[in-house]
Design a protein around this ligand. Structure first.
Ligand SMILES: Nc1ncnc2c1ncn2[C@@H]1O[C@H](COP(=O)(O)OP(=O)(O)OP(=O)(O)O)[C@@H](O)[C@H]1O
Length: 311
């Protein structure tokens, strides 16, 4: 039986002197939203284009349900994608754009009205797509991706241009696609959206995957057993905690990160020395912390930090 979802193995691709893909390998499993993250130029769009047979590679394979995209007779029924929300005919209505696509793929016209309804575009469907906002174009692109009711969905930056209502809708929508058993691959630079939406993460840097793991697992590993302490008596707190065996570091004007002692022991030590504090809580890393840590070495264009500028 062929592997379901997307399986990318050992992709290598050059653009002139640029090595865009350097052994890119990962898989996208059914029933999960997989976040696809990485710095600018890391190879996310190139990988997506290769999966869709739009770009050739020198080495490696990209398979959709076990088969290369180009061998699929009705590709829209296998994989739906949104790579560029701006790619539509501005003079055509959203509905006509979808009708044209459905027709070209031998799909029933009634499916067009279903997907328009699903993405919340019914009131604008008969207006010219040229006048759509970026958020509406994203919805239209997603409607197009869903036309063939495919088991695999691949979206490049779907949160771009969405207002807060749109973002909340998108989050729920992507989750519901995965809950229906589809394999969903979503690239994004918006860490908090990915943290709230994805189950699994593929983080890429310089043309290869540098992490391929569950979101919860990555966040738990980055959180360690650190405790965050809020106190107006920082110096005193640091002194007594260090004496009790903790490792301490100031993280803000009145916040301290403590490791090496459990939270209840920290409270006892502070109370014994009459150090005032307003909060002691287990530190929980964010996806942004995880991402910045993983990609530190892989960022191509990085501005100097304020400390570096001062030096
Ligand atoms: N058509 C092209 N011609 C030349 N170089 C290209 C082309 N497409 C991509 N590249 C280069 O390949 C590398 C990977 O680019 P890619 O667009 O895949 O990265 P990305 O991770 O999608 O970046 P971003 O987050 O900015 O969208 C970059 O160095 C880029 O400049």
């Amino acid at each position: 039986m062929s592997a379901p979802g997307i399986v990318v193995a050992g992709l290598r691709k050059r653009y002139g002197p640029t090595l865009a893909l350097d052994g890119m390998s990962f898989s996208v499993r059914p029933g999960l939203v997989t976040g696809f993250l990485g710095p600018n130029g890391a190879g996310k769009s190139t990988t997506m284009r290769v999966i869709l047979g739009l770009d050739a590679v020198e080495e490696g394979t990209a398979l959709i349900d076990g088969r290369p995209y180009r061998s699929l007779r009705h590709p829209l029924t296998h994989v739906g994608s949104l790579l560029d929300a701006a790619a539509l005919h501005p003079g055509r209505s959203g509905r006509n754009h979808l009708l044209w696509l459905a027709h070209s793929q031998g799909l029933a016209a009634r499916r067009v009205d279903q997907v328009i309804e699903e993405v919340g575009l019914a009131s604008a469907a008969r207006r010219k797509a040229g006048g759509y906002s970026l958020g509406m174009r994203q919805r239209l692109g997603i409607a197009a991706a869903l036309l063939g009711d495919p088991p695999i969905i691949m979206l490049d930056e779907p949160f771009n241009g969405m207002d807060p209502d749109g973002i909340i809708w998108m989050r729920g929508f992507l989750r519901s696609l995965a809950a229906q058993g589809r394999a969903v691959l979503v690239s994004s630079h918006l860490m908090s959206e990915v943290q709230d939406t994805a189950d699994h993460l593929v983080v890429v840097g310089r043309g290869k995957a540098i992490a391929d793991a569950g979101v919860a697992e990555l966040i738990a590993a980055a959180s360690g057993n650190r405790v965050a302490l809020r106190t107006t008596a920082g110096a005193h707190a640091m002194k007594v905690l260090a004496r009790a065996g903790a490792t301490v570091a100031a993280t803000g004007r009145d916040t301290i990160a403590v490791s090496g002692l459990p939270a209840d022991r920290i409270v006892t030590v502070l109370n014994e020395s009459a150090v005032p504090f307003s909060e002691v809580s287990a530190h929980r890393a964010t996806l942004e912390d995880v991402y910045l840590d993983l990609t530190r070495e892989a960022v191509e264009f990085r501005a100097a930090t304020p400390t570096e500028v001062r030096r």
